[in-house]
Design a protein around this ligand. Structure first.
Ligand code: PA5
Length: 445
């Protein structure tokens, strides 16, 4: 099971200070479980792991098989919560060079609908020319501009290249049960579709088909992913006492640090495969807590890479930060540093050591240096990079996020702030229904 260690925050805040949040955390836990807190119509994620049926998982796996059998590439179209969870898990579990593997067993997964870059979309359509590709179109609202625009292009290209009948087989929609253009299109065209439950918000949807279908298409074991999440659902429930409850301890510690002016949390990894876990985590915490002019700013770095860029700031910049390090206990492969007779590079002192041993010493050395520099450190130990461990990690962060948001006093399940840019963009593009806004915005230019 994943473990959390807060010992290296105790030079900065006392245990009593952290345990002072016990009552607020326990109230937050009950509010989540009883549905008595803010945003209680979006709590469908809370018991998702334990309520997923085998029948549902088998349906997802059967659809994944259809895509695997008929596609060399599957494009996942989605943005934010409809994109980051799948990418986070796929990248964490994939071989770092699988994109270059021409003998791959499963389709390569690539992404679209998460930007409006003409160059990206042009290059994507060029790349897909003559390729047997399929599309998973993911949008809860079914109306998100970035995703809808990419899907319009991909749908046409897929139909043109593969014919309408095959396109129907290799395009899958994951969207609302009734509303939105993605639902209308799926019904009209007869695509296989999955429903995103009303009570699960985008950033909490990785354990719905939003995450599970792309992960299954990429060839990973979604049963194990869900099993890991189930184990963490138990480990984080309100029945588990505060001291032993990882989500409770994480939520309490970060709130205690925030109230001691540590306004920025940096999620750190020492394995580049975890880069998109950090991207997913940034959305989860940023969108859940950043409101009412409060909330920790979630940032992320990949070490040791970023020790050679952001390391200086973290060591000696403004002291408003704390770090949460995700440490992978056992790596998947073994590589020993060879001895060299001439030792021209002076590295023979490392000969015979595993590369991971060096990485772990970089981690330990950095942690101690950053503490000396005034940066409190939390540590989350992940047993390994497996489906089960990643499933645990996802649910741990979700649960802690719900608790932490309630302790902060906000509604962690809405995102009113993301509408502002959309309104302006629609006004500038003269979208029907935005006539008044269009006039008003023109005057500001
Ligand atoms: O978490 C969220 O609610 C957002 O990130 C959404 O997932 C994102 O904006 C995409 O929305 P939709 O799934 O409706 O296309």
């Amino acid at each position: 099971m994943i473990q959390i260690n807060i010992d290296k925050t105790l030079d900065f805040i006392s245990k009593e200070n952290i345990y002072g949040y016990k009552e607020a955390v326990e109230k937050a836990q009950l509010d989540l479980e009883k549905g008595t807190g803010k945003g209680n119509d979006f709590l469908g994620w809370l018991e998702l792991p334990s309520s997923i049926t085998q029948e549902h998982l088998d349906d997802i796996k059967a659809t994944a098989k259809t895509l695997q059998d008929n596609c060399e590439i599957v494009v996942v179209a989605g943005i934010g919560g409809s994109y980051l969870g799948a990418r986070a898990v796929i990248e964490a579990l994939s071989n770092s060079f699988s994109d270059f593997n021409t003998n791959r067993k499963n389709p390569a997964i690539i992404y679209a609908g998460h930007n409006i870059s003409e160059d990206y979309l042009f290059e994507l359509t060029e790349f897909l020319k003559d390729k047997k590709f399929g599309v998973i179109n993911i949008s809860k609202s079914g109306t998100t501009t970035e995703t809808a625009l990419a899907f319009r292009l991909l749908k046409k290209q897929c139909e043109d290249q593969r014919g309408k009948e095959t396109a129907k087989k290799v395009i899958v929609a994951i969207t609302d049960a009734k509303k939105g253009a993605a639902r209308i299109t799926a019904n009209e065209e007869g695509y296989k579709s999955f429903i995103i439950p009303d009570n699960v918000g985008g950033r909490f949807s990785v354990l719905t088909p939003v995450g599970l279908l792309p992960i299954a298409v990429a060839g990973f074991d979604i049963d194990q992913l869900v099993k890991g999440a189930q184990a963490m659902e138990k480990a984080c429930s309100s029945d588990v006492e505060f001291e032993k409850n990882p989500a409770a301890i994480y939520a309490a510690t970060r709130n205690a640090l925030y109230n001691k002016d540590k306004k920025i949390e940096i999620l750190v990894n020492y394995n580049p495969k975890l880069h998109y876990i950090s991207e997913w985590w940034k959305q989860l915490y940023g969108e859940s807590e950043g409101k009412e002019n409060k909330g920790i700013f979630p940032a992320a770095v990949d070490f040791s890479t970023d020790l050679h860029s952001m390391g200086q700031w973290i060591q000696e910049g403004e002291r408003t930060i704390f770090e949460t390090v995700i440490s992978v206990d056992k790596v998947n492969h073994q590589l020993i540093v060879p001895s060299d007779e001439k030792n021209l590079d002076g590295l023979n002192y490392l000969a015979g050591k595993r590369v991971d041993e060096i990485n772990k010493m970089a981690e330990l050395g950095t942690q101690l240096a950053h503490i000396d520099g005034g940066v409190p450190n939390l540590r989350i130990v992940l047993p390994n990079l497996s489906e089960n461990s990643i499933g645990q990690l996802l649910y741990f962060f979700e649960r802690a996020c719900g608790i932490s948001g309630y302790v902060l006093g906000v509604n962690p399940f809405n995102q009113p702030g993301v509408e502002a840019y959309k309104k302006n963009m629609f006004a500038l593009l003269n979208k029907p229904g935005f006539e008044e806004e269009s006039k008003a915005i023109q005057k500001r230019l």
